[in-house]
Design a protein around this ligand. Structure first.
Ligand SMILES: NC(=O)c1ccc[n+]([C@@H]2O[C@H](COP(=O)([O-])OP(=O)(O)OC[C@H]3O[C@@H](n4cnc5c(N)ncnc54)[C@H](OP(=O)(O)O)[C@@H]3O)[C@@H](O)[C@H]2O)c1
Length: 262
């Protein structure tokens, strides 16, 4: 399917691994120029090199720590300098640790909110006004089923993801008159480095093996497996397409039929 976005420019946070990297691959396939943002410069450069082809879309690799608001502004300024106007934002960088009420102190809560919720808000605040002025734009927030499937072992993740869903709905209403869409994709477990890290963290806390934690994690998934990053990336790319222009304020689950409600 031709997504009809060749020549558009996307900025993807958390683009060096997992869902973000797979999304960069999809958007480059669709002919988009892409700014890849994450912290580890070597990993970013490796992804950028794999995406650069003679005569193909332009790729910028931008190292930034999105916990910090000044890094967000600098990353976006660098992306504009390298690639010009940004038409598509994929908010994806997140690293919320597992843990329950007594496991997580204030600093963990604060840091998790600073990266995922405030990172998403800050990127949208920098980019959405320009998209609205140009009367075209796409924002996709990668959220997570924890937003409304309660899990006492992932307390911070649930709270942050719920907040991300709330801002998605509100920003969608604000941007819609300017032909800019804002949507959320809501994955269940996805087989990425982060999911593997969470299994290790949970095994350390529970005393179970990682294999047992993996079984528990996919136990509630009727399809019996985690999603592949490419499956989530295909959904994100579709939401960025010309054809998806009337979809806005949607919270799209991609979870192998796990969720009840929504
Ligand atoms: N995997 C799942 O099962 C799952 C399920 C539901 C929702 N999600 C959500 O999907 C999103 C992506 O998850 P993933 O599983 O693809 O994660 P991942 O494999 O761990 O990749 C995370 C990406 O974010 C970057 N990142 C982390 N901290 C950063 C920071 N402070 N500043 C800038 N970049 C940072 C990482 O690169 P650096 O470390 O180099 O910075 C990496 O590129 C997250 O928001 C997560 O909550 C994942």
């Amino acid at each position: 399917m031709d997504l009809a976005i060749a020549g558009k420019t996307a900025l993807i946070t958390g683009a060096s691994l997992g869902i973000g990297k797979a999304t960069a691959e999809e958007l480059v396939k669709a002919g988009c120029n892409v700014a890849l943002v994450a912290r580890n410069r070597d990993r970013l450069e490796a992804v950028a090199s794999s995406l650069r082809k003679p005569g193909g879309p332009h790729i910028a690799a931008i190292s930034a720590d999105l916990y910090q608001s000044e890094h967000v502004s600098r990353a976006i300024a660098d992306a504009r300098k390298a690639l010009g106007q940004i038409d598509i934002l994929v908010n994806n960088a997140g690293a919320t640790p597992a843990g329950g009420l007594t496991d997580l102190d204030d600093s963990v809560w604060q840091k998790s909110f600073d990266l995922k919720l405030m990172g998403y808000v800050r990127c949208a605040r920098e980019l959405m006004p320009e998209m609205c002025a140009h009367k075209w734009g796409r924002i996709v927030n990668v959220v997570g089923l924890g937003a409304y499937q309660s899990n006492p072992r992932y307390l911070t993740g649930g709270a942050i993801n719920a907040a991300c869903l709330a801002i998605t709905k509100s920003l969608a209403k604000e941007a819609a008159p300017h032909l800019v869409s804002v949507n959320a994709v809501n994955p269940g477990p996805v087989d990425t480095p982060r999911w593997r890290d969470l299994l290790v963290q949970r095994a350390e806390k529970s005393g179970r093996t990682i294999e047992e934690e993996e079984k528990i994690s996919v136990g509630g998934v009727p399809m019996g497996r985690p999603a592949l990053p490419q499956e989530v990336a295909s959904l994100i790319a579709f939401l960025c397409s010309q054809q998806a222009g009337y979809i806005s304020g949607a919270l799209v689950n991609i979870d192998g039929a796990s969720s009840n409600g929504f």
